[in-house]
Structure formats: C-alpha cells, structure tokens
Design a protein around this ligand. Sequence first.
Ligand SMILES: CC/C=C\C/C=C\C/C=C\C/C=C\C/C=C\C/C=C\CCCCC(=O)SCCNC(=O)CCNC(=O)[C@H](O)C(C)(C)COP(=O)(O)OP(=O)(O)OC[C@H]1O[C@@H](n2cnc3c(N)ncnc32)[C@H](O)[C@@H]1OP(=O)(O)O
Ligand code: FAD
Length: 664
Amino acid sequence: MEALDYHAEERRKAEFNLDEMKIVWAGSRRNYELSDRVARLVASDPVFRKDNRTMLTRKDLFKDTLRKAAHAWKRIIDLRLSEEEANMLRSYVDQPAFTDLHWGMFIPAIKGQGTSEQHEKWLPMAYKMQIIGCYAQTELGHGSNVQGLETTATFDPQTDEFDLHSPTLTSSKWWPGGLGKVSTHAVVYARLITGGQDHGVHGFIVQLRGLDDHLPLPGITVGDIGMKFGSGAYNSMDNGLLRFDHVRIPRNQMLMRVSQVTREGKFVQSDVPRQLVYGTMVYVRQTIVSDASCALARAVCIATRYSAVRRQFGSQNGGPEIQVIDYKTQQSRLFPLLASAYAFRFVGEWLKWLYTDVTQRLQANDFSTLPEAHACTAGLKSMTTSVTADAIEECRKLCGGHGYLSNSGLPELFAVYIPTCTYEGDNVVLLLQVARFLMKTVSQLGSGKKPVGTTAYMGRAEHLMQCRCEVEMAQDWLKPSTILEAFEARAVRMSIACAKSLGKFSNPEDGFAELSPDLVEVAIAHCQLIVVSKFLEKLQQDIPGKGVKRQLEILCNVYALHLLHKHLGDFVATGCITPNQGALANEQLRLLYAQVRPNAIALVDAFNYTDHYLGSILGCYDGNVYQKLYQEAWKDPLNDTVVPDGYLEYLRPILKQHIRTARL
Ligand SMILES: CC/C=C\C/C=C\C/C=C\C/C=C\C/C=C\C/C=C\CCCCC(=O)SCCNC(=O)CCNC(=O)[C@H](O)C(C)(C)COP(=O)(O)OP(=O)(O)OC[C@H]1O[C@@H](n2cnc3c(N)ncnc32)[C@H](O)[C@@H]1OP(=O)(O)O
Ligand SMILES: Cc1cc2nc3c(=O)[nH]c(=O)nc-3n(C[C@H](O)[C@H](O)[C@H](O)COP(=O)(O)OP(=O)(O)OC[C@H]3O[C@@H](n4cnc5c(N)ncnc54)[C@H](O)[C@@H]3O)c2cc1C
C-alpha cells in the first residue's frame, strides 16, 4: 500500500525538476549522491536515534554523545569512509560533540600553524584518534580580545622547555569544547615569553590527560563549565575550564610555522604575517557560513511544510479552511527566509572557493588576499548566523503554538544554533573588523591603489556616488543590473559617508569607537551586497533542469528585494532610490511571493533532509502532523501514569483542603 502523503497535491504543483534542484543545492551530482547515502545510513541506524534526547539528564546525554561518537567512528572505519563522508556522517548524527572540535579546530590548527615536522609527529595520531584534541584559546577574562589573553608560555633555555602557567583566575581557559571531559590534548593559546620579553599570543600543543588512565597530568586542573542554554541542545558538549600550574612542555610543541624559538631561546619572526596565528578561526568561520544555510534550510523546511498542512479561518460553504501558507503575511515572513537559505548556500560555496584560493596562495607565500579573506569570512559568518538565529525563532512563530513543542524540532535547533552568533568571534566584533577593512579601502581610493575582489565596486565610487536608479515600474526591479547597482551604490555611499564622519575626529580610534554603530551598518550593507552579487553570479552559470533556473531567479529577486524593503531607510537616505521606487520594489516582492507559493514545498524538498535529520513532527515529509503529534504526546514520561507522581504529597492535600473550605 502506498504511504499517505498529505503534501502530494502541493508536490504536484511544482513547476521545476526537483531532482535537478537537489543537485544544485548539494553543489554537484556527486555531492548529492554522497550526502544522500550518508544521511540514509545515519537515519536507519538505531544508535543514532535522537528523539528522546531532550528528556535525558546531562550525564545521560553526555554518555549518549560518547556512545554515538564511538559508534560513528566504528562506522567510519568499518565502511572505510573518506574524510568528506566522515564529516557528513558526523553532521547527520546531529549532536554537538568533542569530535567537532577535534576534527574542526585541533587538527586544522596543527595543519595551519605547525611545521612539516610537527605535522609528521602529531597528525597521524590525531587522524587515528589515538589522541583527541581541542582548541583552548578563550579565557574567563578574555575571548574577543585575543591579544588580552593572560596564560603564559615562558621559555626555559636550561631545559629547552616552555613553562605553561595560568597566573590569575581570569587566565583560566574557559569554554573550549571537548576540553571538559574528553580531550587528551589541546592547542593552547598563550603569551610567548623569551628572555623576559613578551612576544604576544602563540599556539602550543599540550597534553592534558594520561593516555592510559585519562587522569589530568600533574599541574593541570580541568573540568566542565556547567549547563548551558536549553535542555539537550549544546549540553552534549563538554565545554571546559583549564588551569596550568607551571606545566612543562618541550620546545618543539610550540606551533612554529609563524614564529620560532631557537634552542638558545631566540625569538624569530618569519615572513609569514602574525595574523596566521588566527588562521584556524578564519577556516572555521568559512565552514560556519555553509552550516548557516543548513540550519536555516532546516527551520524553513519545517515551517513551510507545516504551513501547508495547517489551516485556519476562511471556510466557504463548509469547505476546508485556508492553508496558513496562503496568507500573504505568512508568505512575507517565510519566503524571504527560504530565499535566504538558498542565498547563503551559494555564498557559502563561493566562500569555500575563496578560502581554498587564499590557502594555496599562502602556501606559495603570497599573503596579498589575506585581509580580504579575513573580512569576508568574518563578515559573512556574522551576517549569516545572525539572520539564521533570528529566522529559527521566526519559524517557530510561523508554526504557532505547536512550534513551541519540543518535538517541532525548533526549540532545540534554536538552542544549539544561537551560540554561533558568539563563538568563533562575537558577531558585532567581527562586523567591526569588516568596517575597519572598508574604511581602509575607502582611505586608499585616491592613492591609485585599485580595490579588488569584493571591494572592486568601490573602484567605481565616482559613478556609484551619483548614479540614479532608473526603475519606473515594479517589473524594472527584476533586472539584475538594477538590483546590483542599487546595492553597490548603497554600500559605497554609506562607507564614504562614514569615512567622512571619521575624518572629523582628530584621533581616528576615538572616531571609530564613537561611530561604531554606524560602522556596523556599513559592514552589513557590504556583506548583503556580497550575498546578492554571488547569488546573481550563480545565475550566470549553466543550470540544467526544467524550470530550475527560473525558480532560482525568483528566489534571488525575493532575497534582494526583501532586503531592499527591510533597509529602505538606507537606500532612500543615501539617495540610491526614491521612496516611490521603494514602493515599486515592495509591489514586485508581492508578485514574486505568488510565484514562489506553488513551488514552496518542492523548494524545501530540494534540501533532501531525512525525517531523522529534521527531527520535527511538524516538518515530517508526509505531512501527517496531527496523528503524529497525538501519538507522540502519549510517549511523554508524564503520561506513564494516569495520576502523576507527587499527587498524594502535594495535590491531594490542597484539593482536600479546598473541599473542606468549600464545605465550611
Ligand atoms: C541538536 C543539533 C541541532 C542542530 C545543529 C545545527 C547547526 C550546527 C551549527 C554550527 C556548527 C558549525 C561549525 C562546526 C565546526 C567546528 C566548530 C564547532 C564549534 C565551534 C566552537 C567555537 C570555537 C571558538 O569559539 S574558538 C575562539 C574564537 N575566538 C574568536 O573568534 C576571537 C575573536 N577575536 C579575534 O578574532 C581578534 O582578536 C580580533 C580580530 C577581533 C582582533 O584581533 P587583534 O587585536 O589582534 O587585531 P587588530 O589589531 O584588530 O587587527 C590587526 C590586523 O590584523 C587583521 N586581522 C585580524 N584578524 C585576522 C585574521 N583572522 N586573519 C587575517 N587578518 C586578521 C586586522 O584586520 C588588522 O589588519 P590591519 O590591516 O592592520 O587593519
Ligand atoms: C557554545 C560556545 C562554544 C565555544 N567554544 C570555544 C572553543 O572551543 N574554544 C575557545 O577558545 N573558545 C570557545 N568559545 C568562546 C567564544 O569564542 C567566545 O565566547 C567569543 O569569542 C566571544 O568572546 P567573549 O565571550 O569574550 O565576549 P565579549 O567580548 O566579552 O562580548 C560581550 C559583549 O561585548 C561586546 N564587545 C566586545 N568587544 C567589543 C568591541 N571591541 N566593540 C564593541 N563591542 C564589543 C560584544 O559585542 C558583546 O555584546 C565558545 C563559546 C561558546 C558560547
């Protein structure tokens, strides 16, 4: 018998080839096939079940995480999965774990900042997980200000060792994932001191726990920092604290690609820029942008499918009520998020390319594109995670009351996702880095130095400062060049206005601090321009499949015009468009929503998420929401007994007292 599909009618409405869209979303046919196979492998394995984890105590949740990580590792070895497949498998297991930091930061830190001898020594052990590592940078007193870290690594020429020490309470390492209970090793960031001189923060490989007994080594105090936001969620991770009491490590455990300390204790700064010490953060920020599209797509998939099932009001002659997805307000809240998921997917692909390119250049000692890579990864990490975090909450609201149920999947997704706005760089701090980069670019405009890459548009500042938008009718807003020019003009005009205001301060740093809220807005305008332009560039590619390109064009226009509508004040105040042109953009946006509507379910099907990965009754593929909600309610432990525990002690006495009072 064919399974019931409550979305069958919606799926029939789609105007494009779904299989081809799945490939566009995955990036290639090969990626699609790999990811589909691995997702199904995880979904069909009972060890990876996750529907009960919000009910677990912290200890049980943590043990469950260890069990899943061990099982995942066994599957990876048994099935001889490639590194790419193994990463996919861990992400489909969908439970934050120490392995994220081991593979995502510890190994990349050694690869990026270690010498070839250090690679040979440490990487084989790390790849086999004979050692497990974390990334111990943040301290109790300092996170954003990396130069303010207090842990010291003092070279002792007598013994050819570094002495790692935590001189103050605030120098305790605080937050590193995987540190609390699991890691045997860490890349620790500490101030390098040689001959009494402080050379700033560098990375050191430090063993924390015994490889036989897992006990902390002498001089090391280590533990978990405690419960975090929400139930389940990120509490599967052992974010840790760490203190050193004069712990000794050999000199060759300082990561020495950027700077070296010789046997005599001489500090040698190589030609490599010191910012490469921050390289692991650049790498992870780039991965976070791709992950933002996945998390956003997940929330949007749940809200879209549920919005097609849910009906409220408007029954005519006893017929069905209106599907809430047909309300224009629902569409105007949901479809821009759907478009943003696609937009972030494509900018994430591009950022991966940029990162690979800069890495290849760095290997050839070409550091010219490093500032651009830093600005793009910092800015896009900030922008995409802020939007995604807000969007998950919006999707919860789009699902009405049922969105607040744990089994909607949205509360846990939100709780796991929101620290992304803080970790790997607080989002405001990162936008200020972008603003610095932009102000520097503007200040060099007159010098003959041509801006390149994502700031190339600033080279056309003269034109962009005075160009006039030519939109006369709503449909004029569908022209890619019109959209692009409006976003470029807004970004350049906001940048130049801020640069002019900065120029009025005698001390530039004072000006930067005073104008920082405006500078953040400038950085956002620039980042939005990047996302819009990369979406438009994607549309220049050959995209096969009936109707696929057309749908992407619609989504691209929705993405750009909803931003224009949301930031209308910027566009009008800078004179890039008139209020009337803003109104025409909004009119066009409404027409676009009507075009998205019949394709909405298929557009979220294209993410190809299994019900296991989605973890949401509201978002389940077949749309059989009410029956599943009803069945699920009876599985709650509170319903194990008809009369709850505590009735006799606490409820009955009150009820009886009430009866006595009533009788009086
Ligand atoms: C239930 C499950 C459900 C759902 C699951 C769903 C989703 C899962 C979601 C996400 C998973 C995502 C990813 C997984 C992968 C692995 C990770 C897992 C978890 C992550 C854990 C997080 C780990 C951390 O947080 S590590 C700590 C991070 N810390 C920071 O980021 C600190 C931020 N601060 C800084 O970076 C710097 O201090 C600063 C940049 C702010 C300032 O530095 P500094 O003071 O030294 O510099 P300035 O003086 O300002 O600048 C000097 C010049 O240097 C340039 N610069 C600065 N930084 C860089 C850089 N990185 N690269 C290059 N250049 C740099 C700067 O521009 C200046 O240049 P100028 O030319 O001189 O102006
Ligand atoms: C779940 C989670 C996992 C983490 N994992 C790791 C890990 O594995 N390893 C690791 O080393 N660290 C980790 N961290 C730490 C994380 O990287 C830091 O918390 C993050 O970098 C922010 O730094 P902070 O906590 O010092 O924030 P703060 O800098 O103290 O931020 C507090 C407020 O001050 C504002 N602010 C700070 N500086 C400025 C400024 N210059 N201008 C304007 N506003 C400013 C911020 O915007 C924010 O609103 C993790 C954190 C979390 C929450």
